[in-house]
Write a protein that binds this ligand. Sequence first.
Ligand code: ADP
Ligand code: MG
Length: 697
Amino acid sequence: MQSSAAVRRALGPDDLDRPLRAVLPELSRGLSALARLGIDTPRRALFHLPFRYDDFSETRPLGELLPDEKQSARVRVTDVKLEKGFGRRPQRVIAQLADDSGTAEAVWFGRRFVENRLSAGDELLVSGKVQMRGWRPQFVSPEFSPAGRASIHTGRVVPVYPLTAGVTQKRIRELLARVLGRALPAIEDPLTEAERGELPALADALYAAHFPEEAADVPAALDRLAFDELLALQLTLAQARHEREALRAARIEIGADERDRLVGALPFTLTGDQRQAVDEVFADLAAHRPMRRLLQGDVGSGKTAVAAVALAGAVRAGWQGALMAPTEILARQHHAGLQPLLSALGVRAEFLSGALATGEKRRIHDAIAAGEAEVVIGTHAVISQAVTFERLGVAVVDEQHRFGVAQRAALQAKGGGLEPHLLALTATPIPRTLALTFYGDLSISTLRELPPGRQPIRTEVRDRSALARIQAFIAAESAERRQSFVVVPLVAESEALTAASAEAEVERLRGELPALRIGLVHGQQRADERDATMQRFAGGELDVLVATTVVEVGIDVPNASVMLVEDAERFGLAQLHQLRGRVGRGPHRSFCILLSDAVDERSHERLAVVRGSSDGFRIAEEDLRLRGAGNLLGTRQSGLPSLRVASLFEPRHMALAERARQLADAVISDDPPLARRPELLRLRDEFTSAEVEGDAA
Ligand code: ADP
Ligand code: MG
């Protein structure tokens, strides 16, 4: 007989990342069940955490069971009966239970072979949720184990895990308990005792996160795991900050007189927030370290004007500037919007895109290389290999979320020996706590105040019964020569389905509003095709633009007065707010109609937030509160790291994030490559993905 003791040597720290099959072969058939859940190493098993717990620690006499509560009872089985399924009714197993205080029954549905594991006379500990059937308590699909024997399934706080087909809760619980028993002693705590303070040791935290002695042990355990996750992220950010300390940038000093002269030359008076942002940018430019600043503000808050002053300031001080937008049409709009401001400031701007004729492109490349082009506005073409700046001092990037890390890096390489200063503009506001925690290596300027004279936008929530009236309204607006956006949501399953639903909507609208010129843009189209349609809409050749969310990135059509968002409940609040910002940009009274047939209270509450507020920051904060940060802006564009344990809307975790930030700073300034802290290096690598903003610095 093979001795299992021979196989069961003690595991060491290195075993935690080896294949389970090599390290714990005794799990045998359990290995494939674990593999189906993506668990292939002991460490993965340790970190396969429950998503909730069932607290069955309260044991009650049958006569005192409470309805609709999770609880346990020590019982005697008096009868077991199997009821065959019939038609659509599933098979059921019904057990009669008794104790000194009364009787109850237990029922299990489906083919679960429960009947084979039970017989009259068994003494059991039964744990589950109780329903009252008339006067009689009934356990619905309870867990059970022989009375008097400790069990991980009954009579205690029981973990409930994410599952996949073919693996039961019970099975995964048993397997994880076995892995934990072997692997936990091998885990090393990446934190020193001083660093973790009152937080539990990692092994204790993991044990309690899986099999807490009592429910009260869970929060501290999860806090510890959240802290490690946040620390991993902060280590990445701290390293990015540290690397930047070593970088040198041109010191671009712009005196107060020059600043006042520039600001005074603009065709309008800057708002207080804009002035402050200008001051913050100029202070950064004067430092020898490269600026990394995020300028955030709602659509229409006047970010472009701040960018214009920054670019002009750099030019006056003898440097070149660049502004890049993610698409051709946005780049053109920026050029159109910046040109008058820059020329008022005495600066010449060139437009550069891949779409220009070769000769023209060459002329501009030469002008850039010679330093004659003072500011270059364009698409990614601005950072193409062929472009050499004489002395690039400041680069402005629009909609930073859509700009890849690689592109930002390429832009930085354009400064010759020195790093250009970087200003990123974004209209997706980020609540302050989040910004500080997750863009820790970026400084932030915020425009909260809108420039005077903006048209208020009337926002209404309607259901589909109002569609005919809304369409009539759109027709009436276009009779007045105004234009409308109709936005349809992304279909979760695929871009192709989204495109199909957008096309169907266009056909429907064309049928109902035959007099109107209706165009369509969606993510499946070629970029030039999409740009051409947007251009026609911007030029007034279309009355209605049906779009998936592409318009949100900032096309400016002052003549548009209606924004109709279909299935509005499917959008993030911040997204809805941004979409709304596409109208009300001209002199016309403007409307945002949120169409939704959702009946649940939460959807109503969310849409009411957008209707009730025009403050993007307040809306972002509400969005955060109502949905959690993972969904804050739609995961794709949020740029925020995805966290598994830490929760961004849990104030306790936000405090831990701050603490993690301080620890990360201390550790990194002492040992930047983490050479002496390999366990922290491993932690960092394990949790952080390429999406973390810190990589972009
Ligand atoms: P953003 O880029 O933040 O969406 P813009 O910079 O495009 O906003 O500004 C929106 C509009 O408001 C533009 O027409 C711009 O000329 C105008 N504007 C910007 N700042 C002011 C201001 N301080 N006073 C009046 N109008 C302003
Ligand atoms: Mg803008």
